[in-house]
Design a binder for this molecule. Structure first.
Ligand SMILES: CC(C)(COP(=O)(O)OP(=O)(O)OC[C@H]1O[C@@H](n2cnc3c(N)ncnc32)[C@H](O)[C@@H]1OP(=O)(O)O)[C@@H](O)C(=O)NCCC(=O)NCCS
Length: 187
C-alpha cells in the first residue's frame, strides 16, 4: 500500500471507508459510519491520507486519518502551576478525537506523521482562534505511551480512559522554529 503525500478532507466520493482497518473496531466504525455525518453537522473535521492506487470501485483506500474538534476542559484538571494563571471558566482546547493508521502500514512511522500533521493543522487554526492545549483520549495504556512519546502529559482518568494534553505553547515552539527543524518529533 503506497500512501499519498497530503492529508485532505474525507470525501465519500473519493475515499473508500469500508476497507479501512486499524485493528480497533471503535475507530473503524467511527470512520465508516460517523466521520462524514459529524462533519456535515459541524462538530468535527476528519482529514485522511489516501493510498495512491484506486480500488475496483474507483475509490482510494485510506492509509491513516485524524479527526479534530473544538472542546473545553475544567481549569482545575490542569496542573496547579498552569491552572493558576487561567481564568475561572472552562478552558478552550482542541481535541484530537480520533487518530488511526491502517494496519497494512502500521509500524512505518505513519502514526507519528499523522500526529504531527494534526498538530500542524491545529497550529494553523490556533493563529486565528486560540485554544490553550491539544487534548487526546487514550483507550488503553499502549496508546497512552504513544502520545507520551511525543510530549503529551497525563491530565486525568475518566471512565477508564486517560485524557492527555499538550500545551499549545509547545505546539507553537515546534512549528515556529526558524528552520522548521521538528526536533524530537522529526525522529
Ligand atoms: C497507535 C497507532 C496510531 C500508531 O501508529 P503506527 O504507524 O503503528 O506508529 P509509528 O510507526 O508511527 O510509531 C512511531 C513511534 O511510536 C511508537 N509506537 C507506536 N505505537 C505505539 C504504542 N501503541 N505505544 C507506544 N509506542 C508506540 C513506535 O515504536 C515508534 O517509535 P520509534 O520512532 O522510536 O521507532 C496505530 O497503531 C493505530 O492506529 N492503532 C489503532 C488505533 C489507535 O489505537 N489509535 C490511537 C487512539 S485515538
Amino acid at each position: 500500500m503506497k500512501c499519498s503525500k497530503r492529508f485532505v478532507e474525507l470525501d465519500k466520493a473519493l475515499h473508500d471507508r469500508n476497507s479501512f482497518d486499524c485493528d480497533s473496531v471503535d475507530l473503524n466504525i467511527f470512520l465508516q459510519r460517523h466521520a462524514l455525518r459529524h462533519m456535515k453537522v459541524g462538530v468535527s473535521k476528519t482529514m485522511v491520507l489516501a493510498a495512491t492506487e484506486q480500488l475496483a470501485n474507483k475509490k482510494y483506500p485510506l492509509c491513516s486519518f485524524y479527526t479534530i474538534a473544538p472542546s473545553s476542559i475544567q481549569r482545575e484538571t490542569l496542573p496547579k502551576n498552569l491552572s493558576r494563571k487561567l481564568p475561572h471558566y472552562p478552558v478552550p482546547v482542541f481535541l484530537i478525537a480520533q487518530l488511526a493508521v491502517n494496519k497494512k502500514v502500521q509500524g512505518q512511522q505513519l502514526g507519528k506523521i499523522t500526529l504531527i500533521k494534526s498538530l500542524e493543522f491545529l497550529w494553523h487554526v490556533n493563529k486565528q482562534m486560540h485554544a490553550y492545549a491539544v487534548v487526546v483520549d487514550c483507550l488503553n495504556e499502549s496508546v497512552e505511551n504513544f502520545y507520551k512519546k511525543y510530549g503529551f502529559d497525563h491530565l486525568y482518568k475518566d471512565d477508564g480512559k486517560s485524557r492527555m494534553f499538550l500545551p499549545m505553547k509547545t505546539v507553537e515552539q515546534l512549528f515556529e522554529m526558524p528552520d522548521h527543524d521538528q526536533g524530537g518529533m522529526a525522529g
